[in-house]
Design a protein around this ligand. Sequence first.
Ligand SMILES: C[S@@+](CC[C@H](N)C(=O)[O-])C[C@H]1O[C@@H](n2cnc3c(N)ncnc32)[C@H](O)[C@@H]1O
Length: 485
Amino acid sequence: MAAQIRVPGDHLRVLDPAAGTGILCCAAVEELADRDPPTSRIQLVAYDVDAELAEPLQAVLDYLREWCKEKHGVRLATRLKLTDFVMDHAGALHHEDSLIPSESDDLEFDIVISNPPYFKISKSDPRAVLASNVVYGQPNIYALFMAVSAALVRPDGDFISITPRSFTSGLYFRRFRQVFFDMVRPTLVHAFGSRREAFKRDEVLQENVILHGTRLNSVPQDPQAPFVISSSQGVSDLDESYRRTTSLRAALNLDDSDRVLRLPASDEQARILDLVDSWPNTLASLGLAISTGPVVPFRAKDLVDREGHVPESHVPLLWMNHVRPMQVTWPLQRHKPEYIKRQGAEKLLLPNRNYVLLRRFTAKEEVRRLSAAPYVSRSMPVPQVGLENHLNYIYRQAGALSDEEAWGLAALYNSRLLDTYFRCLNGHTQVNATELRAMPLPESDFIVELGERVQELASPIDHLDPLIADILSAEVPREFVVAQT
Ligand SMILES: C[S@@+](CC[C@H](N)C(=O)[O-])C[C@H]1O[C@@H](n2cnc3c(N)ncnc32)[C@H](O)[C@@H]1O
């Protein structure tokens, strides 16, 4: 992270807003002192709220100061602030016309380097209230650190952080992204592929990214600016990282207010993004909608049962467990109630039509993020069906999905193509309806043809990808012929 520092200068100011034991700010100062010629004067401001860290952190900073002087002839001035960084500086986010808070020079840094804390805070937390312009839904403290510390960097200064990847997409971080990417032009993102590796010692199960960005002078950003995507499994293979240089435009669509940061780590992933982006439809344009299963069992305790008479008194209640890729299996006869009463649950039940069912969560290291199955109404001779809240379902708003559409869409969602697309967009295991609404889909002919052919396969999940490739390769000359005539 320290090796990402780019600002030149003989006198530089460094901020570590969550210094902990000082590992990162020491690395940054070492990097500057090791330059040829070294940065001769460095000012370092380190924050932490943990009073127990005061003594060891002060000792680290004292040692660093001596080390700078004796080994490199560098003058290091340090300030340790034992106070809440966000509370201290959230005001910097509210300077309307100037990007940089102007009251005090004291607030301008050349370099921010940080490994902020990660935890959710409530919307009413004073920090979230102060940083309200980057908050939507339940905020995570790390995004407040990123936004506030970015506001304190001078134009052309360096912003470097390591955080969970979740800020790169999703509704909850949308406001954050809008503010942050108006301040910072990302120049490099390193993605750790494995959730386990990066923070092995701390057992933090998060997909993490290192971000380097340059503080902007003005918006809008230059979409042609180079952008590096680097990736490794964890820390042990960091030296063998795979690096790709692309343009900022390929990763961040600045015209789109969602500002999703997409990370195609390989050329193949970039080609898949391009292909899927070229598809003309979305669920809405196909007349389809997606909703979350309406049955929340603990709120409907009196209505859900482990046994029941179908269809006389009960209908099936489907959970995530009943949905495997391309397959709905009911009943499973496990511990959970798989039946729901018809009487009293009228408002919770759906008409027995064709749907595509999607699991809302995947197990941490599951092969595919999206797990979908066609639900074909004929398979259950019942008037209605119950869907539990951990499932999403896709339906036609006026009328019903045909069998082929249900099979074809489920096949697409389980495909490597959409899985790759999804992974480039998203670092978490939660698949929410908003993201599925935004996901491009192909022509409806394509979906129907895929549905027809996939239904005939004995084991659809094993043959989906070659089948899709086959239809796609047939598409290209077909389009070409149309264009010629
Ligand atoms: C992930 S650790 C940083 C580790 C550090 N980079 C190191 O090398 O040891 C996050 C640090 O942020 C501190 N912290 C948590 N909330 C804070 C706040 N509101 N303001 C400042 N520091 C905070 C914690 O005490 C913790 O030391």
